[in-house]
Design a protein around this ligand. Sequence first.
Ligand SMILES: [Zn+2]
Length: 147
Amino acid sequence: MRGKGKETTPTCSCGSKTNLKTSWTDRNPARRYVECANGKVDGCGYWNWYDEEMCERSKQVIPGLLRRINRVETENETLRQQILKLQKKAEKMEDKVKNLKEKLGRKKVKKMVIVLFVMAWTIVNASMWIWGPNKGQKFGRLQIDGY
Ligand SMILES: [Zn+2]
């Protein structure tokens, strides 16, 4: 009955094919059965077990295991969603940090430009005062000199 690969299901007594299905009841967990492919309404309503009946111990243990698997899968899904949320948050934070860094960088450049400008202005003025054509005239130096 059980074979590797594709399972072959018997032909129904009404002549149509049968479909292989799986029972998930507590009494017959994961036990497969065949059913008339035409269904209960249009077909003959035939069905029969495909797998052997399980031993009592399996019937007792398997439903509990299935419930445990379901619970773990639900927990997994919850954790996966939480991870996705955290990843999105982390991406947003990274973007914010990037923006802040850019802003800080621009501020630094602005400061540097101002400092350089002031320095250049000071040097130009100082050199004009020292070597310029009207020596000592800048900053009202002449008046002080001529005092
Ligand atoms: Zn049938």
